[in-house]
Design a protein around this ligand. Structure first.
Ligand SMILES: Cc1cc2nc3c(=O)[nH]c(=O)nc-3n(C[C@H](O)[C@H](O)[C@H](O)COP(=O)(O)O)c2cc1C
Length: 246
């Protein structure tokens, strides 16, 4: 296997880091690799904030569903879906653009995630572990004020980076869904009946690890994720983001 495939195949999320700071030049190489990521129409509809301020880190650890490792991680990047710069450029160029809509937001979000994943893999190649934090979508009002985000800039991902602790380096990778359940040919295949029975087996830790009251893994996952307080906050927060677009 070549080095790139090795990095892709060996990656797993890392949330516990050694205290060592990221080596000099490494962030620069990662950000340069990220700059080569494809971007829709070469318009760069994303921005990145390196969050260094300890107070801001602490706030983000709290707004992101209270995950303290965000405050202590050696390097933290927030990826933004950024339609603002392009609109400002149009105005500056004497154009009066129509207000952006959902499609603009999705395309800019795609840009941000393509860049984020490029950074994550570049980091892996540099020996740095990383973890995506989707909870950056929560508490939009606080995150917006903290990071000085204008209306058409949405915080879509926070990523922590750091050298994995020894224990992390030896943790096995989580399983992944069987390809037959999500890679299709020509047409979408909706899973039904028996197809659904084993689709999440790869993630099921067994009944003794379910939350109390849950009899099946589906119930457990529903209560822990889909119906959780953090998902309800995330839904509220994203609705507020878009309320300013109308
Ligand atoms: C969009 C997205 C959001 C995520 N949000 C979080 C998060 O808020 N907190 C966290 O600890 N991990 C988060 N993760 C990491 C996943 O939990 C992790 O990828 C998954 O459990 C599989 O583990 P692995 O990456 O080690 O294979 C996120 C991953 C993605 C892609």
């Amino acid at each position: 296997m070549n080095d790139l495939l090795t990095a892709l195949m060996s990656r797993r999320s890392v949330r516990a880091y050694r205290d060592d700071p990221v080596q000099p030049d490494v962030p620069d190489r990662i950000l340069e690799a990220m700059r080569r990521a494809p971007t829709a129409g070469n318009q760069t509809q994303y921005s990145v904030i390196e969050v260094e301020d300890p107070g801001a880190r602490k706030t983000l650890a709290l707004t992101c569903d209270n995950q303290p490792f965000i405050a202590s991680a050696p390097w933290v990047l927030v990826f933004l879906a950024d339609v603002q710069r392009l609109l400002d450029y149009y105005s500056h160029s004497g154009v009066t653009p129509k207000p952006p809509r959902e499609g603009d937001a999705l395309l800019a979000t795609a840009d941000a995630f393509v860049a984020a994943q490029t950074a994550v893999i570049a980091a892996e190649a540099e020996g740095l572990g990383s973890c995506y934090i989707g909870d950056i979508l929560e508490h939009y009002e606080t995150v917006r004020d903290l990071l000085n985000l204008p209306r058409y800039v949405l915080p879509v991902s926070l990523i922590t980076f750091g050298y994995p602790t020894e224990q992390q380096r030896h943790r096995p990778q989580p399983g992944r869904m069987e390809r037959s359940s999500f890679v299709f040919r020509d047409r979408y295949h909706r899973l039904r009946g028996d197809d659904l029975a084993h689709v999440y087996d790869y993630a099921d830790p067994g009944p003794d690890r379910y939350r109390s009251g849950a009899d099946t893994f589906g119930q457990h996952m529903h209560d822990r994720k889909y119906a959780s307080d953090f998902m309800n906050e995330l839904r509220r927060s994203v609705a507020v983001m878009f309320s300013y677009w109308r």
